[in-house]
Design a protein around this ligand. Sequence first.
Ligand SMILES: Nc1ncnc2c1ncn2[C@@H]1O[C@H](COP(=O)(O)OP(=O)(O)OP(=O)(O)O)[C@@H](O)[C@H]1O
Ligand SMILES: [Mg+2]
Length: 235
Amino acid sequence: MLALENVHTYYGKSHILHGVSIEVGPGEVVGLLGRNGVGKSTTLKTIMGLVRPSGGSVRFEGRDIAGMAPHRPAHLGIAYVPEERRIFRLLSVLENLRTGLDRPGVSESRKNELLENAYEHFPVLRDRRNQAGGTLSGGEQQMLAIARAMMLDPKIILLDEPTEGLMPRMVSQIREIIHVLHRGGVAILLVEQNVPLTLEVSSRVYIMEKGVVRHHGPTADLRANQAVIHQYLGV
Ligand SMILES: Nc1ncnc2c1ncn2[C@@H]1O[C@H](COP(=O)(O)OP(=O)(O)OP(=O)(O)O)[C@@H](O)[C@H]1O
Ligand SMILES: [Mg+2]
């Protein structure tokens, strides 16, 4: 469904991605692991058209999406929850969620259904629906960012380090929502530094180092290969 092939991405003259190939099938949860600064976020930004690759291809359902205007992937069914979350701090929780619903072709009843579904999985967002986004805790803002992505009714969600800096209880909630999305048939490309969580929720894993994919395969293979985990992830 999503396929990056031999992707090269630069920031100015810095060559960041050196021929990255990654695939995610329909409904599949795929982990993308790697230490700080190896190019994980750049990979997601390249998929979203926030940076244009200088070479290689990014295809979604057979269509070349590399370098598309950033709103286009969203229309095709790709939702993106960036590392910095980008909650509208002055808008209420409900208004934040509505930004994901204001698009053509969604009936009022479908909008209500999507909202209800989000509230069901994140009750705290219902409780705080009239509160400004900026007043939420870090974990609640992460939930809001994921819930807003769910408003798009996506086929795939790109999650960039959703558990970074969160308390264990919040990490459990993020784990739970990943399971919920998976059961609902949504594919996920999960960028993480939390290795145990990624190994638990993903069926396949890619490990990057310095802009190159060094390892990829079924999660079970990686779990049995502690040497690789130690070499590239240092745990
Ligand atoms: N806008 C930018 N301009 C120039 N260089 C950048 C820019 N964004 C990131 N970089 C560099 O590109 C490299 C890859 O960054 P990227 O954010 O993709 O890494 P990452 O794997 O997501 O790291 P982290 O785990 O810290 O989030 C790093 O060396 C970083 O300093
Ligand atoms: Mg990053």
